[in-house]
Design a protein around this ligand. Structure first.
Ligand code: NDP
Length: 272
């Protein structure tokens, strides 16, 4: 039986084993997926040990996504653009690093929420790891504009510079929260502010009529950002769909089969 796992520290909270077990059952794949707690100073050793045991691939979560970039012998374009790896494939050519987080977010917006990105005005709040990972997949859908707003403006400006040559020229720009201009069809909160129950200080006017507001965080109740967006007429989406979709992308990469995600998303939501 082919073996996969997710490496993190801590890892007990990870929903990935449940998600991949559901995908494997649904698609009839003979595989096993488990949680692996890697020591904070022993990620590379933990991965090598898993390969020696016959592991075929792995997901990587906090805090090892950057270390996984260094460990991989080859990176996909989207992993290089994201500067982070969340999926490893152990092949005959060595360790390949990919990043499926951004594709997962885009799949959730376009397929699950039914909101096309093409031609839309997109506002991305935050410029950390999660934000950086979604820029290229968003640009690939050809939005009319993509504004990256961050507390530290220089970090957002760095992303604009990085992505100018990757389809972002004339489309992507950066600013601080107070300088956001105009209204947006899709507003994505990729800041860590929700973790401390804070709302990034943006004006309610950022939500265009009927806008989609998405918070990458998820939990039993809507985040304070989603509560704020609801008060200003937006449709709401949390990060659970992104989680389920990034797993589907990884599953496809490993097994060559695209699992259906709707039932899995519904089941996870019922357990929150
Ligand atoms: P990082 O630490 O890399 O980046 C944090 C970002 O949030 C930075 O842009 C930072 O701004 C900003 N920030 C932090 N605190 C505040 C605040 N109080 N007000 C405004 N901005 C703030 O974190 P990640 O990018 O890895 O994660 C961000 C969020 O995305 C987390 O909530 C995480 O749980 C979620 N996530 C969800 C995933 C999913 O599958 N659903 C996958 C990955 C992440 P500055 O640059 O100024 O410090």
């Amino acid at each position: 039986m082919d073996r996969y796992c997710v490496f993190g520290n801590p890892i007990a909270h990870s929903k990935s084993p449940e998600i991949h077990a559901a995908y494997a059952a649904q698609t009839g794949q003979d595989m096993h997926y488990e949680r692996r707690l890697a020591p904070l100073d022993g990620f590379a050793e933990a991965v090598r040990a898993f390969i020696a045991e016959g592991g075929k691939g792995a997901n990587v979560t906090v805090p090892f996504k950057l270390e996984a970039v260094k460990l991989a012998q080859a990176l996909t374009i989207r992993a290089r653009a994201a500067g982070a790896v969340n999926t490893l494939v152990f092949s005959d050519e060595g360790i390949i690093g990919d990043n499926t987080d951004g594709a997962g977010l885009v799949a959730d917006i376009v397929n699950n929420a039914g909101v096309p990105i093409a031609g839309k005005r997109v506002l991305l709040l935050g410029a950390g790891g999660a934000a950086r990972g979604v820029v290229l997949p968003i640009l690939e859908h050809r939005p009319a504009r993509l504004v990256i707003a961050n507390r530290t403006v220089a970090t957002a400006e760095g992303l604009v510079e990085q992505f100018a040559a990757l389809g972002g020229e004339g489309v992507v720009s950066a600013c601080g929260f107070a300088d956001i201009d105009g209204a947006y069809d899709i507003v994505i909160n990729a800041t860590a502010a929700s973790l401390s129950a804070e709302v990034p200080p943006v004006a309610p006017s950022v939500f265009a009529p009927g806008a989609l507001a998405l918070d990458m965080m998820y939990g039993a109740s809507p985040t304070v950002f989603l509560q704020f967006a609801a008060r200003h007429g937006a449709q709401l989406r949390d990060g659970l769909g992104m989680l389920v979709e990034q797993a589907a992308e990884a599953f496809h990469l490993w097994r060559g089969v695209q699992p259906a995600t709707a039932d899995v998303l519904q089941k996870l939501r019922a357990q929150l």
